[in-house]
Design a protein around this ligand. Structure first.
Ligand SMILES: [Zn+2]
Length: 477
């Protein structure tokens, strides 16, 4: 009888429903949160917990800065590369005055460790060079190796993200920037850049860009195939990085001259507007406090707004407010974040450290909250580059204002950090609860630049991962 079947089914379901939560007075999530509270005074236990915790996405990760110096040094040795004794920069191909790595490492047992320190913030102590300068100078010291192995850089960044239980990664990289720079130079002869006439500047690039954009999309696709090959994703033993979904953000070098920035921005938008490229957004990189970046900031925001109208599918994330009064004059502190949002149309802000120094900071925070502009918080990077940490950091102010926040790595390799340690630092510094950390992780996926259906799948995956993680944690009690 159907009725009887139904009754049996209900009885069966009731028997199978886990009652553990009811018996212990809480769900797995509540018990996990309680377990987390019990670990506050035990950083080692906290680290193990946070290593296993699903973290969603890393939304602010420079591919070049993500890789550990040891990996780059190993590639350079295998390449037969050299180094410059005065700076410990890795050089490929070797030139006059450089020393072959194999020779130097054979003679000096400390050289390997010294190179790792030169190429990262490992044990950095400011003597003649500031943290800011040492950090940014590392990029020039490993740039030659990275340029030879872009596939390995992306693969290593992806694999490292997977180790931190990141399921979705937006990697900043730069495809064919040289072609955009060359095009800007070539047209400058007949058409000097006119800041007041973007239409003319844009038209002057048309002929060159008819070739540059399809080539850049092809290069981006080829590079992605090489990344997957480097991770052995089609093999029987794929790297853990194959589990991470990756999209790219094209970087524009903001310390170039205006014509170059204009051409680079056009390329970035064209790439991010085309779903075949794997790119979803644009960002501006290089020190925001550099004299050229400060001088041209308003122009840059206008350039971004101009191209966004032409390429509306490309999203905009911007480094803005990665500043303190120690690095720039007060005028530059007044409105970088506001301009990034109101002029350029950025929907995510990288760092935003000087927000409380902006004109009408309270109004700006309200605007970010109401417009759902997420701020990407990189605590270790801000400490190392800007010397801002603890109570001096605006993270609590963002949260109090209801601005969405995600924790990010910025340059994990250079910083000698990873997303797990960013979660640990946030917890130890600000006393966040487990539910707050879950909000950071959920935000990171919700504010990613994936199309709606893919994002929904990512969000479901994160919730499944939380459920499994919390069930394991509840069993450990
Ligand atoms: Zn950054």
């Amino acid at each position: 009888m159907p009725f009887r079947h139904l009754f049996v089914l209900i009885a069966l379901l009731a028997a199978l429903t886990p009652l553990a939560g009811a018996q212990s007075g809480g769900s797995d999530a509540a018990r996990t949160a309680a377990r987390f509270e019990g670990m506050r005074a035990k950083p080692e236990a906290l680290l193990a917990f946070l290593s296993d915790m699903p973290k969603g996405a890393d939304l602010h990760d420079h591919a070049d800065g993500a890789v550990y110096a040891e990996d780059m040094l190993a590639w350079a040795i295998a390449d037969g590369a050299c180094y410059t004794p005065a700076t410990l920069a890795l050089i490929e191909p070797c030139a006059g005055g450089d020393v072959p790595l194999a020779y130097g490492l054979g003679k000096d047992p400390n050289l390997s460790a010294e190179i790792v320190r030169a190429l990262s913030m490992q044990t950095f102590a400011s003597r003649t060079e500031s943290g800011h300068d040492h950090f940014f100078n590392t990029f020039g010291k490993f740039g030659a190796v990275n340029a030879r192995h872009p596939d390995r850089i992306l693969a290593a960044a992806t694999s490292d993200a997977a180790r931190s239980r990141v399921q979705y990664l937006e990697l900043m990289t730069a495809v064919d920037i040289g072609a955009a720079r060359d095009a800007a130079k070539a047209v400058a002869v007949a058409h000097p850049f006119e800041p007041a006439n973007f239409d003319a500047d844009d038209a002057a690039l048309d002929a060159a860009f008819a070739k540059i954009v399809p080539a850049a999309i092809a290069h981006a696709r080829a590079l992605e195939a090489e990344r997957l090959a480097a991770l052995r994703c089609a093999s029987a033993q794929p790297d853990r990085g194959c589990l991470v979904m990756v999209r790219y953000i094209q970087s524009v070098i903001r310390v170039d001259d205006p014509a170059s920035v204009f051409a680079q921005t056009r390329l970035a938008f064209a790439l991010a507007n085309d779903s075949r490229s794997g790119f979803v957004a644009i960002n501006y990189v290089a020190p925001e406090d550099a004299p050229v970046a400060v001088r041209d900031y308003v122009l840059h925001m206008r350039i971004i707004a101009y191209f966004h109208k032409k390429y509306p599918r490309a999203a905009i994330a911007l480094h803005a407010g990665e500043l303190t009064p120690a690095f720039v004059k007060p005028a530059a502190l007044a409105d970088h974040i506001r301009q990034a949002i109101e002029v350029a149309g950025a929907t995510r802000i990288g760092h935003g450290v000087d927000v409380l120094g902006e004109r009408d900071a309270a109004g700006l925070l309200r605007e970010m909250a109401s417009k759902h502009v997420l701020v990407e918080i990189a605590l270790t990077s801000n400490d190392q580059i800007l010397n801002v940490r603890g109570k001096a950091h605006p993270l609590p102010a963002y949260l109090a204002a209801g601005v969405p926040v995600a924790l990010v790595t910025d340059d994990a390799g250079v910083s000698r950090s990873d997303l797990t340690h960013e979660f640990l630092r946030a917890t130890l510094t600000y006393g966040f609860t487990y539910p707050q950390l879950k909000t950071f992780a959920r935000n990171s996926v919700a504010y990613g630049f994936l199309p709606r259906t893919e994002k929904a799948a990512m969000e479901r995956e994160l919730e499944r991962a939380f459920t499994a993680f919390e069930h394991e944690q509840a069993l450990l009690q």
